[in-house]
Ligand binder design. Structure first.
Ligand code: NAP
Length: 244
């Protein structure tokens, strides 16, 4: 197992869920972490910065300041992401489509482009994909599209990085209990809670452990993909729930 002691990392989506858990997991391994999100008051990291991944100027500022404060970069974790609504595509809107694609795809591509020149040899990029990026499910067209695209970008970047000592991993979770559903259902707590009812979802800390696993393999080993689902889940939409 390779040590992460003394390394530096930039984590997007650090204010909640998987990103926040990843910040803590990395810090426990001795990593100095810069965390970015819009709600900075919720970020617990060594360097805290305001970041809206949909805004190029915000991304440029955060990447520049984070790399400067950290004194270089070893790890980028692209965790910022969301879904908006759980409806048939017929009900999709221009605005919702823009938010999902700008955040999950353009934002991730943008942050990767801005951080790549600063990544030291031995660096590592971790993208948060989803099982939605591997198999479509109904009433999630834009989210599914964005996560398929993230996987395509990860594969394409691996081709372009060939010959450079930089590793790249996509971590593709199934059902993880975070604020993801509250955001998806536009603040409707009852609808959000129903997603996790009668089933034991994955905890964000358990996804953070997968990320740490990929990061701590020997330098010549690239963990390409980690797909992790709840045991009671066979695909994105097929979840076995116990009667209450
Ligand atoms: P979460 O608890 O809602 O966290 C999402 C994070 O993304 C928050 O920190 C949020 O911060 C940040 N974010 C959203 N829009 C942003 C923007 N424009 N600029 C910067 N940050 C932004 O959800 P999560 O489950 O941890 O999601 C993390 C990642 O895992 C996402 O990419 C998601 O698609 C993926 N994922 C989640 C699940 C699941 O079941 N939960 C499954 C598969 C994949 P602010 O709102 O403070 O900006």
């Amino acid at each position: 197992m390779a040590s992460l002691e003394g390394k530096t990392a930039l984590v997007t989506g650090a204010s909640s869920g998987i990103g926040a858990a990843t910040v803590q997991a990395l810090r426990r391994e001795g990593v100095r972490v810069a965390g970015g999100a819009r709600r900075t008051e919720r970020i617990d990291a060594d360097v805290v910065g305001e970041l809206d991944v949909t805004d190029p100027a915000s991304c440029e500022r955060f990447a520049r300041e984070a790399v400067s404060d950290l004194g270089g970069l070893d790890v980028l974790v692209n965790a910022a992401g969301l879904a908006v609504g759980r409806e048939l595509f017929e009900r999709s809107t221009e605005e919702d489509e823009r938010i999902v694609l700008e955040t999950n795809l353009n934002g991730l591509v943008r942050m990767t482009r801005l951080c790549l020149p600063h990544l030291r040899d031995g660096g590592h990029i971790v993208n948060l994909g989803s099982v939605a990026g591997r198999q479509a499910y109904p009433s999630g067209a834009l989210y599914v599209t964005s996560k398929f695209a993230v996987r395509g970008f990860t594969y394409a970047l691996r081709e372009d990085l060939l010959g450079r000592p930089i590793r790249i991993t996509t971590v593709d979770p199934g059902l993880v209990e975070t604020e993801f559903s509250l955001v998806r259902f536009r603040g409707d707590r009852e609808a959000a809670d129903s997603v996790y009812r009668g089933v034991e979802p994955i905890r964000p800390e358990e996804i953070a452990e997968c990320i740490v696993f990929a990061l701590t393999r020997p330098p010549h080993v690239n963990v390409d993909e980690i797909v992790v689902k709840a045991l009671a889940q066979s695909s994105g939409a097929r979840i076995l729930r116990s009667e209450e």
